[in-house]
Design a protein around this ligand. Sequence first.
Ligand SMILES: *[C@@H]1O[C@H](CO)[C@@H](O)[C@H](O)[C@H]1NC(C)=O
Ligand SMILES: *[C@@H]1O[C@H](CO)[C@@H](O)[C@H](O)[C@H]1NC(C)=O
Ligand SMILES: *[C@@H]1O[C@H](CO)[C@@H](O)[C@H](O)[C@H]1NC(C)=O
Length: 383
Amino acid sequence: MKCYQLWKLGFSDMKGVTVPRTRASPRRRIWISVVVIFIIITVLWAYLYPPQDYSYPVRDWFPSEPTRELTDAETAARVVFRQILSTPPFISRNPKIAFMFLTPSQLPFEKLWELFFKGHEGRYTIYVHASREKPEHVSPIFVGRDIHSEKVGWGMITMVDAERRLLAKALEDIDNQHFVLLSDSCVPLHNFDYVYDFLMGSRHSFLDCFNDPGPHGVYRYSKNMLPEVRESEFRKGSQWFSMKRQHAMVVIADSLYYTKFRLYCRPGMEEGRNCYADEHYLPTLFHMMDPAGIANWSVTYVDWSEGKWHPRSFRAKDVTYERLKNMTSIDVSNHITSDEKKEILQRPCLWNGLKRPCYLFARKFYPEALDNLMNLFSNYTIF
Ligand SMILES: *[C@@H]1O[C@H](CO)[C@@H](O)[C@H](O)[C@H]1NC(C)=O
Ligand SMILES: *[C@@H]1O[C@H](CO)[C@@H](O)[C@H](O)[C@H]1NC(C)=O
Ligand SMILES: *[C@@H]1O[C@H](CO)[C@@H](O)[C@H](O)[C@H]1NC(C)=O
């Protein structure tokens, strides 16, 4: 606006000029040059430093309708999800990230997280769900952050219940715009500003999701989930998500699909099937309800390369600058099918369409790794 007025001023000035039409006086020329330079600088400035805006674009999103007739419960659920996902999110003046820790009791890396959060007060909130016993916190920023907790069984629906409990509690704070689920063995791979901008600036939630046709995937599906969940829609993914507020609302609003998984995705089902709800419920729900809204990979690194039932855990001696740097440089996500083909599905990690390193956090680390991680922290998180 300002530069437009300036420009008009210069222009009307010129119109009043009667004397040499061909050559403006040197003073006029300087004046015009100043105005032109001012305009160029303003435009360049606006281009180089666009206003910070962490709001998400309004989605014209609709879940794809199956061809069959929907049940009443499905129609109701879809209407609710559609409303949540198409409503512009509340724009907070003080947007925060909720860091939700799911742990049996102690959090061995509190001191490391304290280092991570230091100087960023007001931009994060911590929640701790300790399912076995109340932890003794060694860092003041964790004191008083325990939420009401219940017992959690490995691979049981109680794990999903704990995640929903954390989300509901964290949603109470209207400033929380992004929700990260972390475990007691998770550590940060970047500094706070990097993590904050990465998550807040993303158009997607980072929810791991892929189609595994093998025994650890589709074989766990039960026909009892019909008609709402078909086998072709059954998905798998790591439970360690990070999600936007709207998606967190969907999770706690859902009762229909949640109930299907509570009843028909559990260890020790018919024909010796073992289904683990924490690996299938959210990937399947979002694959069905908002596939384009999730990135399909998790921002938490984990090393499955040993091919065992549990991922590799890192000891103190494994914590080196090179290894941590290596984790932060990976920019393709890998999924390996559990059938005999052992197909490796590789995709670039796309952040708003740009290829970027995938991981912000990593697991699993033994408590003994703390000192090495603390010593290296400011080195490996230079960005
Ligand atoms: C995630 O995968 C689904 C297919 O399952 C795809 O439609 C969607 O576009 C993917 N998300 C992104 C951000 O690429
Ligand atoms: C770094 O990662 C690559 C694969 O991305 C691997 O081949 C290499 O051994 C890793 N180096 C270290 C030090 O872990
Ligand atoms: C941190 O990095 C610098 C330069 O890369 C190196 O000289 C220093 O030894 C590193 N510190 C640790 C604790 O590894």
